[in-house]
Design a protein around this ligand. Structure first.
Ligand code: ZN
Length: 386
């Protein structure tokens, strides 16, 4: 009797139970609505900041200062003010709702204090970034979007070098995987793939999230693979190996570089479109029709945000292709399709494993769990002896 791929796939997904599947669907669809509501909120915040003239007042106070100080201060004031205005929404969507769905156990105070730290870091980086953008608008005139997009790619690459070593440890504790069979297996896989064994970490992902997850971050010497303690606690040895194989796949196939190039393309396109649409949208908000005026920054960022959402299906499609490749890498490397399938089923709590085709195409950064489990079962069917 031959192995039935469809039946094996269905068994994995149905094994979650109707209630869990319904909850995962509600959570995932809710996330998609949150994105649209978030856009509405950011439109309101943009309107408030423009109409109150807070940024123009900041600019007036600094009229005797140079360009860099002025743009830096306006950007920092904007970021802090908009974050404060959006705080009720952030607490609702990022903490309260996550808690309700059992996706996080983080105390509110820890959520807020980490948010404050993130705001301090992002205000600093964002404000330097905006100084460069307005310098491009002034110097390169009509071609500023070309410079802006390239510069964004450089910034993302720099963050990928600095982030894993200097920023991520401010939010989580990264440690070597504790000694034992899991560590032995993971180290053997790293050696096999030519990755220094000190580049694989375990981190206290449980601090922020109950999600079963692992990731690759960084480029060059800063690159590392990190597995959440949630995954390490819940996973069988085969599941850890299958997931580590997937992450090693991302690493070896250079997928982080795709992120850098995609950033350049999307940011360039966003800046280009924002440049063309700027005056019309500025009029709607009652702002100066002058993209080179840093006090109109909320309008520029709102436009970039809208374009970011519209272009998401494009970046999601590339991401899904990379995820499929990484899964395949894992099968080639450790040949554990059942380990992968059972690990994937554990991630279904936070992503509906059976979305509609259109929903998957629009919103999913990974192929649906059902698709990936089916691919695992197809691999199993075509490699019966392992
Ligand atoms: Zn992946």
């Amino acid at each position: 009797m031959s192995f039935d791929v469809e039946a094996a796939t269905a068994a994995y997904i149905d094994g979650l139970g109707e209630e869990a599947l319904a909850q995962a669907a509600a959570y995932t669809t809710g996330n998609q609505w949150l994105m649209l509501w978030g856009l509405l909120i950011s439109a309101m915040v943009t309107l408030i900041i423009i109409r109150t003239g807070w940024l123009t007042k900041t600019d007036d106070k600094l009229s005797k200062r140079g360009f860099i100080i002025r743009v830096f201060s306006i950007s920092a004031v904007y970021l802090v003010v908009s974050e404060v205005l959006e705080m009720p929404w952030s607490v609702f969507s990022g903490w309260w709702r996550e808690t309700e769905y059992g996706r996080t156990s983080q105390p509110l105070m820890d959520f807020l204090s980490q948010g404050l730290l993130a705001l301090a870091i992002s205000a600093l980086l964002f404000s330097f970034f905006m100084v460069a953008i307005y310098a491009f608008i002034q110097k390169a005139k009509k071609l500023w979007w070309l410079w802006g997009g390239t510069f964004s790619g450089v910034c993302v690459a720099v963050l990928m070098v600095v982030g894993p070593t200097y920023i991520a440890p401010l939010f989580n504790d990264y440690q070597p995987v504790p000694p034992g069979e899991v560590r032995d297996a993971v180290e053997a896989m790293a050696i096999n793939a030519g990755i220094p064994t000190d580049r694989i970490f375990m981190y206290d992902g449980s601090r922020q999230s109950n999600n079963f997850t692992a990731n690759v971050a960084g480029i060059g010497g800063a690159a590392r693979i990190a597995i959440s303690d949630v995954a390490l606690d819940e996973a069988t040895l085969d599941e850890v190996k299958a997931v580590t194989g997937h992450e090693i796949g991302h690493y070896k196939l250079g997928h982080v570089w795709d992120g850098v190039f995609l950033t350049i393309v999307i940011v360039m396109a966003s800046f280009f479109i924002a440049d063309k649409a700027f005056n019309a949208v500025a009029r709607l908000f009652g702002a100066q029709e002058d993209i080179g005026d840093p006090t109109t920054l909320p309008v520029l960022l709102f436009l970039v945000g809208v374009i970011g959402i519209v272009t998401q299906p494009m970046s999601n499609t590339l991401s899904r292709m990379n995820e499929t490749e990484a899964d395949h890498y894992s099968y080639e490397m450790v040949d554990l399709p059942d380990g992968m399938a059972s690990a994937l089923v554990k991630t279904a709590e936070y992503r509906n494993p059976r979305p509609g085709k259109l929903e998957e195409w629009l919103f999913y950064t990974h192929p649906s769990v059902e698709q990936r489990v089916r691919a695992a079962m197809e691999w199993k069917a075509s490699h019966p002896e392992g």
